[in-house]
Design a binder for this molecule. Structure first.
Ligand code: PHE
Length: 436
């Protein structure tokens, strides 16, 4: 075990964890989910979910990883007390990561395609530009080619190791992402639509909030913080020495939330300046934005910066998704890191082909949607629930306080992890499967 790779320093861990958290969930999903749910009021609910459930579970996962120094399966086994096995929570997490990466890589491939098109510049009529997406979707070889490119890139980064691969990539990509985002926010500040966008994002109109909004807020917060499938357990397992877990979790969640909000602040002014509706759905960044990039002054450069930013965010998340599966194979089957990456990368690549060929479906529902639904609506909340229950009932308060500290803030967060988070997750899950 002494051969386990570790982060070079605390900043490396924070940047890698932020890299995992900040991804398509923040820049692609969050803005359109906010758009669909009416803006400011939804953001308030989302913030409540981050504070009451997200941060407590994030603390839990980092703790479980750091204490056990193992992959999710080994980590849950490490904490097992009685006869009931805990490791299935870890297995489900690894499976969930495999499933998410299989389609995440396909969507990241779309981003690569749009980045390439950005260099040429978007032009043509509105219909022409918005059909780029339909054309891409209807061309399986192109989708598979980009998916392959993304998987190979992620595998190559992982082959360099935890410190020289993941940490180094995060240390380059995350600050670049931050700079690109600030530049884009400054650009959006100059647009007429900024006032409407600010109002839309901050004015709580509760009339648009439905019962489903809470579910969507909780689901999105889980997805965007990379919780419920062992990514943060895996990253926590590469920590050693004295680390303030609560502080790290708050930092990671704050940066993640801030970036989601800023992404909204980039996208909505562009949308409003052109008199469009914010509720365009998943096509928001692939169909709506390119049309606007073609029209606006400086749109060429803005679109390059925008898609590069999304690509960096997605790559660092994809890295963490593959790392979960790799650490599992390395720890449990004692495979070399390279062999584990080749095997798991190939398995995920093959599975991803199902999503890349968009005409393949089950009962009319494309594989990408099926995998997304199963993983983010069912497996993540269930995984989070399992993690919270193990943390709450199999680990004594003394053990937790010894690692996390017993200041009032820690006690409050541990209380939330023990009671509030599992309860809310249970409610969400039961609603999701239609029990009430
Ligand atoms: N958090 C990532 C995002 O927001 C997605 C992700 C989910 C990454 C689960 C790792 C684990 O896009």
């Amino acid at each position: 075990m002494s051969s386990r790779d570790h982060w070079g320093n605390k900043l490396g861990f924070i940047l890698a964890a932020v890299g995992s958290a900040v991804g398509l969930g923040n820049i692609w999903k969050f803005p359109y989910v906010v758009g669909k749910n009416g803006g400011g009021a939804f953001i308030l609910i989302y913030l409540a979910c981050i504070i009451l459930v997200g941060i407590p579970i994030l603390i839990t996962e980092i703790y479980i990883g750091k204490k056990s120094q193992l992959n999710p399966v080994g980590a849950f086994r490490f904490f097992q007390k009685g006869k009931v096995p805990f490791s299935p929570i870890g297995y489900a997490g690894v499976l969930c990561g495999v499933m998410i990466l299989s389609y995440y890589s396909v969507i990241t491939g779309w981003i690569c395609h749009y980045l390439m098109l950005s260099f040429r510049g978007f032009s043509g009529t509105e219909t022409e530009i918005s059909t780029i997406f339909d054309h891409l979707n209807a061309t399986p070889w192109l989708n598979v080619a980009w998916h392959t490119f993304v998987m190979v890139t992620v595998m190559l980064i992982l082959m360099k190791g935890v410190m020289k691969g993941i940490e180094k990539a995060s240390k380059i990509l995350m600050p670049t992402l931050g700079i690109l985002l600030i530049v884009l926010v400054c650009y959006s500040l100059t647009l007429d639509g900024m006032k409407d966008a600010w109002h839309f994002l901050t004015y709580p109109d509760f009339s648009k909030v439905t019962g489903g909004s809470l579910l969507e807020a909780l689901g999105t917060s889980f997805f965007t913080l990379s919780l419920g499938m062992g990514a943060m357990i895996t990253y926590g397992s590469y920590l050693k020495g004295d680390v303030n877990i609560t502080k790290s979790a708050v930092q990671i969640a704050s940066v993640d939330t801030l970036i989601a909000f800023l992404a909204g602040l980039v996208i909505f002014p562009i949308v409003f300046s052109n008199g469009l509706e914010p509720s365009a759905g998943p096509g928001l960044i692939f169909k709506t934005l390119p049309v606007l990039f073609a029209k606006m002054p400086g749109g060429h450069i803005v679109s390059i910066a925008f898609f590069a930013l999304v690509l960096f965010a997605a790559i660092t998340s994809a890295i963490s998704l593959l790392e979960v599966a790799v650490s599992f194979v390395v720890d449990e089957y004692k495979f070399s890191r390279i062999k584990a990456i080749l095997i798991m990368g190939t398995v995920i690549w093959v599975l991803g082909i199902l999503s890349a060929v968009s005409s393949w479906n089950i009962g009319g529902v494309p594989f990408l949607d099926i995998f997304d639904k199963i993983s983010s609506c069912y497996m993540l909340p269930l995984g989070g629930l399992g993690t919270a229950l193990v943390f709450a009932w199999a680990i004594s308060n003394e053990q937790k306080y010894a690692e996390i500290g017993s200041k009032p803030i820690n006690k409050i967060l541990l209380f939330a992890a023990k009671y509030v988070a599992p309860l809310l997750l249970l409610v969400v899950f039961l609603r999701e499967i239609g029990l009430f």
